[in-house]
Ligand binder design. Structure first.
Ligand SMILES: *Cc1c(COP(=O)(O)O)cnc(C)c1O
Length: 230
C-alpha cells in the first residue's frame, strides 16, 4: 500500500472514531481531500484509495487538473469542491464544474453565481463562508451579517444552500479551534442549517465532535505543501 493510501485509511479511521466518541454516525462526515498544488498522479493515487471529493483553491488549477486531464470522465464517482475564494471574474468557469462551492461570502458573489447557474439552467450547491474569528485578514461574512446573507441566498432559486463553512484563526492546539467550530454550528442551527464544512489536518477531530459534515484535509493526506501553495 502506498503512502497516500495509508494516510487515507488512517484519517478515515480517526474520523470514524471521533464520530463514535460523540455518538454521531460516521457516514454523515465526508472527507474532502484538499489537493491544491498536488499533481495528477497523486490525485489518482488518492482516488484509488477511495477519495471521491477533492477540494481545490483555484478555479484554473482545478479545471486543468480534473477537467482537461479527463480525470472526471475516468472517475465517474469523483467530484471537485471549491474550498478557496471565488473571484467574480472566475464565476463562469466555476459554476457547474464544482459540485459544491464552499466560499460564498457576499450578496454580490451569490448573485453572480446564481445568474450564471440560471443561464445554464442548473442548480449550484453552495455553502456560506463565515469569518467566525472576525479576523480582518480573512474572507468570509461576519457572524453579525451572516443571517442577512443566508436569507438573501435562500431567495436565489438557482442556488441550493447546503450549509456553512469556516476557517478559524490559527491556534497552537487543536482544542483552540473548538469555540469557533461550535460558534459556526450554533449560528447554522439557529437558522435551520445543519451541515458544516470545518476542520483541517490539525483539528478535524475537534471539528467532527462539534458537528462537521465535511472535513477538508490536505497535509495529512498528501504531505507538506511548498510555501507558495499555502
Ligand atoms: C489548504 C486548505 C485546507 C487543508 O489544509 P491542511 O492543513 O493541509 O489540511 C483546508 N481548507 C482550506 C480552505 C484550504 O485552503
Amino acid at each position: 500500500m502506498g503512502e497516500i493510501a495509508r494516510a487515507v485509511e488512517r484519517i478515515s479511521a480517526r474520523i470514524r472514531e471521533a464520530a463514535r466518541r460523540c455518538g454521531r454516525n460516521p457516514e454523515e462526515i465526508t472527507l474532502v481531500a484538499a489537493s491544491k498544488g498536488v499533481g495528477l498522479d497523486r490525485v489518482r493515487e488518492a482516488a484509488e484509495a477511495g477519495i471521491q471529493i477533492f477540494g481545490e483553491n483555484r478555479v484554473q488549477e482545478a479545471r486543468a487538473k480534473f477537467l482537461e486531464s479527463r480525470f472526471l470522465e475516468e472517475n465517474k464517482s469523483a467530484a471537485v469542491h471549491l474550498i478557496g475564494p471565488l473571484q467574480t471574474n472566475k464565476v463562469k468557469q466555476a459554476v457547474g464544474f464544482f459540485s459544491l462551492i464552499h466560499s460564498i461570502d457576499s450578496v454580490r458573489l451569490a448573485e453572480k453565481v446564481a445568474q450564471e447557474a440560471e443561464k445554464r439552467r442548473i442548480t449550484q450547491p453552495v455553502l456560506i463562508e463565515v469569518n467566525v474569528g472576525e479576523e480582518t485578514t480573512k474572507r468570509g461574512i461576519s457572524i453579525k451579517e451572516a443571517p442577512a446573507l443566508i436569507a438573501q441566498v435562500r431567495k436565489l432559486a438557482p442556488l441550493s444552500l447546503k450549509g456553512l463553512m469556516t476557517l478559524p484563526p490559527p491556534t497552537p492546539e487543536p482544542e483552540g479551534a473548538r469555540p469557533y467550530f461550535s460558534m459556526l454550528r450554533r449560528l447554522g442551527e439557529d437558522l435551520g442549517l445543519n451541515r458544516f464544512s470545518m476542520g483541517m489536518s490539525a483539528d478535524f477531530e475537534v471539528a467532527v465532535e462539534e458537528g462537521a459534515t465535511w472535513v477538508r484535509i490536505g497535509t495529512a493526506i498528501f504531505g507538506e505543501r511548498k510555501k507558495e501553495q499555502k
